[in-house]
Design a protein around this ligand. Sequence first.
Ligand SMILES: [Zn+2]
Length: 95
Amino acid sequence: MENLTRPLCPSWCSVAHGDVESEPHQSAGFEVPVVHRDSSSRAIASVFVLVLSKKDGEPAFAYFGDGESAMLELGLDSARASLALIAAHLDLLEQ
Ligand SMILES: [Zn+2]
């Protein structure tokens, strides 16, 4: 018999879950070409992917990285605050 109280996936989830209660919901990946510095301060051309994830009953996170050596995984409030700070300070370079 199907458990009718099992949480359903949010509309943005792209995972075909085997077990929705233990696996996080994840969005599709959104890619952007980037240039970033590696640990030796070399400029590296790469592709970063943004993926949103959330386990039922826990906070959501935004992953942004190359899947290998460069990544951030921030809570949503932290991601919003970081984006606002970056946007505000990038404008300083154009003054
Ligand atoms: Zn899901």
